[in-house]
Structures are given as structure tokens and as C-alpha cells.
Design a protein around this ligand. Structure first.
Ligand SMILES: C[S@@+](CC[C@H](N)C(=O)[O-])C[C@H]1O[C@@H](n2cnc3c(N)ncnc32)[C@H](O)[C@@H]1O
Length: 347
């Protein structure tokens, strides 16, 4: 694929070298519908790994959420093992259960539950007494609440009246979810850990391991912290300004390679745009792609790997906007760039 776009200074960037990773991520890669989920960024992360020729033995997602990136890269063989952590105990319980012997029990609960407003209210008030019960609460509320948000004040899909087209169960396909949970549980031997911790504790604990001391180049951190804007409406755990600043300092101490993605907020740009590995990637086709300031659904990316590729002239030097293929379509085992017809229809 070859396409031209402009960077913010107006210089043309040829994206012909932006390879499409020859594999795909299925839309239901994660059973969680995660607000700000990064499934669409996966081909880009895979591409960065491939270009730098990294052998990633351990891919760590300390802000796991829906964990789409970890799972997709593991299933596609781009990384050998993964590790997940999240400050939210419901999210951590979900992933602990999926990669445990209780996965089948969770799948059974998914099949057996009645997806009603009454159950939604019960789950909302429930204080789970076991990891399995917390896992179920997480999945149930995630798939039956607006935007998949677990925040207490988020309402149920379809509202309290349930009179609209979309009802509470519209995103809860019991059989498909149960099947996916069992399928994912088979990856358990390649999941190094799942923990309910703050990213700082995860970073500190990993840094103390012999593996990090001896093989830090085989570790890749994917960092997807809470948004700058309105995160408290989406997640039960978010950052204030001071925590965003602290996080920028913490990255400097990381053992291993890393890639950070942020919502394209002016504070994120201000904080990271001087980093040699700074880029903006658009996740969705936009008719105004040529105007860097009017990208839609773009993401701020910062990575030590991008900085190193630029140093070695393997990526454009100062192109701030990296464009992903307009639309990716699943064709056999390969994604292909969409035809011009699809692209123009999106204008
Ligand atoms: C942007 S979301 C991650 C989305 C995820 N990458 C995906 O694709 O679904 C940010 C996540 O960070 C978690 N979080 C917030 N503060 C945290 C902290 N201090 N340490 C670890 N996780 C935290 C939130 O619970 C939320 O799940």
C-alpha cells in the first residue's frame, strides 16, 4: 500500500513502508468490551516489533483492561508469553479466572445466567466473595452496561425502561462468550502472571526478577494508561494530573522495551512530543487525514523502539503522523488494505 499524508509541519510522508502485519485481530479477541480498547492498534504494535526484529519473550500490559493487545499478539505468535495487571480488582479477577482452572466454571455461569435488569441490579450491588464471583460480575456488568463501563453510576444498556431497540442482553451472546473464555483458557501456560496491582508495583517487581536482569531486551511493555480526558467516567481507577506526570518519570526506569499509547489530548502531546519516539497514529479513516490537527480517533504513541528505528533510519525521522491502512479486512488469514471504493465511501 502506498499513501501520502502530511505531518504537522506540512511535510509529505510516504507511508508505503508502513507494512500491514500479515495476520488479523478478530473483533471478539477479548470477551470484555473495553472503553478505549486498543485492538485496532495491534497491527501497528506488531509492525514495530517486526521492524525492530525484537524477540519478545515477555509482553507485559500493566494497564490490562480488555487486554486485546496482549491476547492478539500472543495468539498470532508475535510474542511468546504475556503478563497482565490492572489496579481494578474486578478486571484482575476476570483475567485471573480466564487463565485458571475456573475458566470452565466461569463459562458455565455465562451460559446459565438470565440476562435481565434484575440480575444487572443484583450484580451492581454484589460484593463478590470469590475471584470467580468477581470475574463474573466484571464480565456481566461490562457486557450489559453503557460503553462497557464498570463505573458505579453507569446505567444498563436499554435503560431502566428497556423499551428501545437495544436491550440489556444485546451484547451478551452467552454461547459465544462462553466459548471464547474456554478457548482463551488454553493460553494459560503462556500467561506468566495476572495481578491486581498498580503499574508501579508491577514495574518494580518485574525489575527485581532475574529475567529482567539478564534479558531485559526480551521484555516489551505495552503501556495504555487511563485517558487524560474524562477517564473517571470510563474507569473505576484513573489518573490525576500529578499521576500522569509521575508516570512519565516512571517510564524512564523501565527494564525492557516499551510502547505507550495515550488518547490524543493536548496534555499528552505536550508531555511527550519532544521524545524521539513520539508519533501520532490514526486508528480510523478520516476524510481530513491530510490536516494533522483534524485527525479523528488518533492516538499519541511514544516508544523507545520507534526512537531507535528512527536513529537507524528505519522509520521516517520527524513524521509525526503515522497512518495505518485505511481499513483492514479479513481475507483468509490475511488483512488487506481496503479497496478505494470503501475508502471513498467513508468520506
Ligand atoms: C485505557 S484503559 C486500558 C485499556 C486496554 N489497553 C484495552 O485495550 O482494553 C486503562 C486501565 O488502567 C487501569 N488503571 C488505572 N490506574 C491504574 C494504575 N495506577 N495501575 C494499573 N492500572 C491502572 C484502569 O483500571 C483501566 O483498566
Amino acid at each position: 500500500m502506498s499513501a501520502k499524508t502530511n505531518d504537522r509541519k506540512g511535510g509529505a510522508i510516504d507511508n508505503a513502508d508502513m507494512k500491514v502485519a500479515p495476520w488479523c485481530t478478530r473483533p471478539d479477541v477479548s470477551p470484555l468490551r473495553y472503553p478505549g480498547g486498543k485492538r485496532k492498534l495491534v497491527p501497528f504494535i506488531a509492525d514495530v516489533i517486526k521492524r525492530a526484529d525484537l524477540q519478545v519473550e515477555l509482553f507485559i500490559e500493566p494497564f490490562a483492561g480488555g487486554a486485546a493487545a496482549s491476547i492478539a499478539l500472543l495468539e498470532s505468535g508475535h510474542v511468546q508469553s504475556i503478563a497482565l495487571a490492572d489496579a481494578d480488582p474486578l478486571i484482575a479477577s476476570f483475567w485471573k479466572t480466564v487463565f485458571s482452572r475456573d475458566a470452565q466454571r466461569l463459562a458455565d455461569m455465562v451460559c446459565d445466567t438470565r440476562v435481565t435488569l434484575r440480575e444487572w441490579r443484583r450484580q451492581k450491588d454484589l460484593s463478590p466473595r470469590s475471584t470467580l464471583a468477581a470475574a463474573f460480575k466484571c464480565l456481566f456488568l461490562n457486557r450489559t452496561s453503557f460503553s462497557g463501563s464498570l463505573v458505579p453510576r453507569t446505567g444498563a444498556i436499554g435503560g431502566m425502561s428497556q423499551t428501545g431497540v437495544y436491550k440489556i442482553g444485546c451484547r451478551f451472546n452467552q454461547e459465544r462468550l462462553a466459548r471464547r473464555i474456554v478457548e482463551l483458557s488454553e493460553l494459560a501456560p503462556r500467561v506468566r502472571f495476572v495481578r491486581n496491582d498498580s503499574y508501579r508495583k508491577t514495574m518494580a517487581d518485574v525489575a527485581r526478577t532475574t529475567f529482567a536482569a539478564k534479558h531485559s531486551s526480551k521484555i516489551f511493555w505495552y503501556l495504555d494508561p487511563p485517558f487524560f480526558a474524562k477517564a473517571e467516567r470510563l474507569y473505576r481507577f484513573s489518573f490525576n494530573d500529578e499521576q500522569h506526570r509521575q508516570f512519565a518519570l516512571d517510564i524512564k526506569t523501565l527494564a525492557g522495551h516499551w510502547l505507550l499509547s495515550y488518547d490524543d489530548h493536548h496534555d499528552a502531546r505536550r508531555m511527550y512530543q519532544r521524545h524521539a519516539g513520539f508519533a501520532r497514529v490514526n486508528l480510523r479513516y478520516s476524510a481530513r487525514i491530510d490536516n494533522g490537527e483534524r485527525l479523528i480517533a488518533s492516538e499519541v504513541i511514544v516508544s523507545d523502539v520507534i526512537a531507535s528505528l528512527r536513529r537507524r533510519d528505519k522509520l521516517q525521522k520527524w513524521g509525526m503522523v503515522i497512518r495505518l491502512p485505511r481499513r483492514l479486512q479479513f481475507v483468509g488469514r490475511f488483512y488487506e488494505a481496503a479497496t478505494p471504493k470503501v475508502a471513498s465511501a467513508a468520506r
